[in-house]
Each structure stands twice: as C-alpha cells, then as structure tokens.
Ligand binder design. Structure first.
Ligand SMILES: Cc1cc2nc3c(=O)[nH]c(=O)nc-3n(C[C@H](O)[C@H](O)[C@H](O)COP(=O)(O)OP(=O)(O)OC[C@H]3O[C@@H](n4cnc5c(N)ncnc54)[C@H](O)[C@@H]3O)c2cc1C
Length: 406
C-alpha cells in the first residue's frame, strides 16, 4: 500500500494521479477533519469566509487536468485593479485586452503614463512562464525596474497587486516567480468557486473513494519505513508520500526547521452599501501607507459568498499583524479603511479576522522529491501556489508508480 500523509492539494492530487494510473491501493491520512489544508473555507450561515483571501486561476495546467471546472461554478474578477489613493480618491484600471469595452475610458485617463502602458503591453506579450521557477536570481522589483516601469506605477499598482499574490510587500520574491504567475494572470482572469476556495479541494477529492481517505489521524513519526499515527495505528507501507507543508515535513523527519513562511491576515466586513461601482475589481491600497494591502468585494464577484443582501468585503494586510488586541487591531483597520475608501467604511460590520502565519513558503524548488524510502510532495517542492502544490502531488505519485514498476 502507498500511504499519503496530508490531504492538502498536493496529497489529494497524488491520490488522483494514482487512481488515474489504475492504482487503488493507497490511503490518504489527514490530521484534520476535512480536506484542503491551506485552502480552507468557513461559514456562519450568512457568509463564506476563506481562511485568508485566495483566488483560483483556471489557466493553471493542473487545474485544467484534475478539476471539474463546471462543478465549481466559478465567477470571475475583472482584469485590472481599483486604485485607492487615500482620502476617498480612487481610479479604476482595466486591462484593455480583457475588457475592450473599457478602452475609451482608459484612454481618457492620465494614469498610468503612456510609456508605462506600453511597457505593460510588452510585458503581457513577451512574458512566458518559466518551466520551473526558481527562488533565486534578480527580484521581482529589480525585474520591473529593469523593464523601465516608473516608480509611481510600481508603487501604485505593481507593489500592492503582487504583494497580495506573493504576500511580500518588498517584492523580494524572484523575478522568475513573478514571470511564472504573471503569465497565468495574462492567460485568464482569476475566479472564486461558488463553494468558497475550499471547493477546489473537495472537487479534487470527490472522485477519491471514501475508503481511501482517513481523517483525524496525524502521522507522529516515520522511522525505518514504518509510519506511526496519533490514533495508535502503525503502518508499514510499500511507499510513503509525505504531502505536508515544509515545516511539518521537517518536524516529522526530525530535521532542523529552516522553513520561513510569508504571512497574511484577512479581516471580513459586512457592508450595506459600497462607495464604488467596480466591485469585480481587486481594490489596492495605492496610498503608500498603512497596513491594509488589498480589498475584495467577494459577494460582488461570487454572489454565493453572501446569502442575504449585504456585501462581503475581505480586507487583507501582508506580513505579521502588529501585536495588539483584537479590538485595537479592528479599530486601526477601520480608521485606515475610512481614510482609504471614505467614512462609509466606519459603518461596516466587522465579522471575523484570520491571521495566517504560515501561508506561503519563502524558499521553494530546492528539495529533492526522494530521500531514502520517502517521497515528498507539497508546494515548497515546486512553487507557492495551487498549481505548484498540485504539480508536486502528481510528480510524487509518478515517482511512487515508477518505484513499484522497477
Ligand atoms: C491565505 C492563503 C492564500 C493563498 N492564495 C493563493 C492564491 O490566491 N492562489 C494560489 O494559487 N495559491 C494561493 N495560496 C497557496 C496555496 O493555497 C498553497 O500553496 C497550497 O494550498 C499548498 O498545498 P499543500 O498540499 O502543498 O500544503 P497544505 O495545504 O499545507 O496541506 C498539507 C496537509 O497536510 C496535513 N498535515 C500536516 N501535518 C500532518 C500530519 N502530521 N499528519 C497528517 N496530516 C498532516 C495538513 O492538515 C494539510 O491538510 C494561498 C495560501 C494561503 C495560506
């Protein structure tokens, strides 16, 4: 039997790849009570709350290969961004290639400058995802500067937009990762599933027989080809695929934990009305100050996120939260929102807040898939994204099948 530890996107994809190859002799062991790991969604009956704002890019090859997109009921963001300049000032940027109907209004705007528009167009036309992005080389910020983008455009658009993607306000991630994800943004608008972001995982799991997944069992040690679980079970599998995050993997194989993560906090608010019309655009804090990085009106994109008439607004800040009480943090966020979007934000009802300390691994693509008897899977083996996690799962399954046949 093949044991897969972890039912995140990597572990589930490993299971699906095994099934696709005709192998049914595997067991996925997950310590939580549900699938998905870092793609998690909660509800209070009225709203859907993703545990940290996240979106699905249907252009990811692994998504097309393993997910049933029609069942996800995707609704799409518009391509572009709403720039919040502070003191209630805002301007909308639409990608004219995705929204030709907006071209005239975009031409009439004086931001971004024409040279920056042409550079954006050139970047769109030229950028192709590197086969396997590395976390080394020049940074995303250096890459943008080398293309000649103005500092104003970088500060008002690229920094907050990609800080939301990489969870890194410094844009110190590699230019490689930037080009990799930019290419997928170029190919498709991003979307929200009707059931929340966790639906990506349930969709993936739906064709895995229930007897192949066990919940509420944590692997506690892996030694000499033997896996011991928290419920006392001990299994001697033919192969073990360790599909947990980088930190949990290091702890299970008793290696020093040098896994740094990027963090994000998403606070949710309910609003009776909103001060802007373009609710399918991601809104960016382009004021250059404050904790808030981006806002999304989730119910404006995917109506299933709010059952009643109120709007659901996700407000995210990148990096660790200032160490304050919840009430102080809420108060700070409200004051910032009032400054950014206008005083209407003071009437928004605070619903919940999710600090996600271990959201994305800083380092990726370095570890070997095989070490002794173990096979690894997880986003940190490829790159920190849904695509990276799923690809690692598929590769780990192929390796275990290869071992079986040799
Ligand atoms: C807030 C946030 C926003 C994101 N936004 C996006 C986005 O917009 N687009 C995008 O492409 N990607 C996004 N990502 C990244 C993407 O979600 C992750 O890269 C991907 O989900 C990682 O999957 P994984 O299977 O590698 O790891 P995980 O999801 O961490 O799965 C590991 C699983 O192993 C289980 N586990 C751990 N230890 C044990 C044990 N001892 N025994 C048994 N089970 C164990 C865990 O419970 C978990 O289910 C985001 C991530 C976060 C956190």
């Amino acid at each position: 039997m093949i044991v897969i530890i972890g039912a995140g996107l990597a572990g589930l994809t490993a299971g699906r790849a095994l099934l696709n190859a005709g192998c049914r002799d595997f067991l996925i062991c997950e310590r939580e009570a549900q699938v998905g790991g870092r793609v998690a969604t909660e509800t209070d009956g009225e709203f859907l709350f993703d545990v940290g704002f996240a979106v699905l890019n249907p252009a990811y090859p692994m998504v097309a290969k393993y997910l049933s997109l029609p069942d996800l009921g995707l609704q799409y963001f518009d391509a572009g961004a709403l720039l919040l300049h502070g003191e209630g000032q805002r301007s909308a940027l639409f990608d004219p290639l995705s929204h030709p109907e907006r071209t005239l209004s975009m031409i009439a705007q004086n931001f971004p400058s024409w040279p920056d528009r042409l550079r954006t167009l050139a970047l769109r036309l030229r950028t192709r995802a590197p086969q396997r992005p590395r976390d080394e080389g020049i940074t995303a910020l250096e890459g943008l500067r080398s293309v000649g983008f103005s500092e104003l455009y970088i500060e008002k658009f690229f920094r907050p937009f990609f800080a939301g993607v990489f969870l890194d306000r410094d844009l110190s991630v590699s230019d490689d990762l930037f080009r990799y994800l930019f290419d997928y943004f170029r190919q498709s608008r991003v979307a929200l599933p009707a059931g929340g972001i966790n639906a990506v995982a349930t969709n993936l799991a739906s064709s895995i027989p229930t007897e192949n997944i066990r919940f509420g069992v944590a692997a506690e040690s892996i030694e000499h080809g033997k896996v011991s679980f928290s419920d006392g079970t001990v299994i001697h599998p033919r192969e073990t695929i360790l599909a947990v995050d980088a930190r949990a993997a290091a702890s299970l194989i008793k290696q020093s934990d040098d896994c740094a993560f990027r963090s994000v906090t998403t606070a949710y608010f309910a609003a009776e009305s909103l001060p802007w019309q373009q609710q399918r655009l991601l809104a960016l804090n382009s004021s250059g100050k404050g904790w808030v990085n981006h806002l999304a009106v989730l119910s404006g994109v995917q109506p299933s996120y709010a059952k009643q008439q109120r709007h659901l607004v996700a407000v995210s800040g990148v990096g660790p939260l200032p160490t304050k009480t919840l009430a102080q943090t809420q108060g700070d966020i409200r004051r910032e929102l009032a400054e950014l979007v206008g005083r209407e934000a003071l009437d928004w009802e605070f619903l919940r807040m999710y600090p996600v300390d271990h959201a994305l691994p800083v380092r990726f693509g370095h570890k070997n898939y095989e070490s002794g008897a173990l096979i690894y899977a997880g986003d940190y083996l490829e790159n920190p994204s849904i695509q990276g996690a799923m690809l690692s799962g598929e590769k780990s399954a192929n390796l275990s099948l290869l071992r079986r046949n040799t």
